[in-house]
Write a protein that binds this ligand. Structure first.
Ligand SMILES: [Zn+2]
Ligand SMILES: [Zn+2]
Length: 197
């Protein structure tokens, strides 16, 4: 028996949803069909089941423009305070972090942002986390023949754990811990002043 002859009555809708990157469970709920029916259509099409991460990537692809001449990719989907995000299983994920993890195979450290000068660009290769950003900016300093940092900041906090490098063109090196200390000291000073008055 050729089972392809007996297509599900919603076969075409199921097929379209599979090709659109939805999960079997999602399709079953959406189209009010049995999950096994969806799995059968998927098998016929030869499309592997969606995992959590491929499903997230499909959603991202759907709201990403094609790269422009400089490789920048714009986001047409949902945002949270400007930041591109997707919803997946009742949770919100920053697009940059999902793409970074897909490209590098590890979770990003700190903030993941585009390093190409185009704010909120979501081209995977334009996205850096704190670790990559530091490396790239130090490489740029070396490339421009700038003075390279020693082993620690002026207060003895070891590099590179405590180091940050600002954006081009200045690429200023600063200590995150001293920055934090300074911020705390000025907060405490402001507080003390308020309490005195
Ligand atoms: Zn870009
Ligand atoms: Zn320091």
């Amino acid at each position: 028996v050729n089972e392809n002859l007996y297509l599900h009555r919603k076969h075409h809708a199921i097929e379209a949803a599979i090709k659109d990157g939805h999960t079997d469970t999602g399709i079953a709920a959406q189209l009010h069909v049995d999950r096994r029916a969806v799995a059968r259509v998927r098998k016929m099409l030869g499309i592997p089941p969606m995992t959590n991460s491929t499903s997230k990537l499909y959603k991202i692809l759907k709201y990403s423009t094609a790269p422009d001449a400089d490789g920048h990719v714009l986001w047409t989907g949902r945002r949270n305070h400007g930041t591109p995000v997707i919803r997946h299983k009742e949770q919100e994920y920053p697009v940059a972090a999902v793409l970074f993890e897909e490209r590098t195979g590890r979770k990003p450290v700190g903030f993941t942002r585009s390093e190409c000068g185009r704010e909120y660009c979501v081209a995977p290769s334009h996205l850096c986390d704190d670790v990559e950003r530091l490396r790239v900016r130090l490489q740029l300093r070396a490339l421009y023949g700038r003075e390279m940092p020693g082993d620690q900041c002026s207060q003895g906090h070891p590099w590179p754990e405590h180091m940050s490098v600002g954006p081009e063109p200045r690429l200023v090196i600063y200590c995150r811990t001293c920055g934090t200390n300074r911020a705390r000291r000025s907060r405490e000073a402001a507080q003390a002043e308020q309490e005195e008055s």
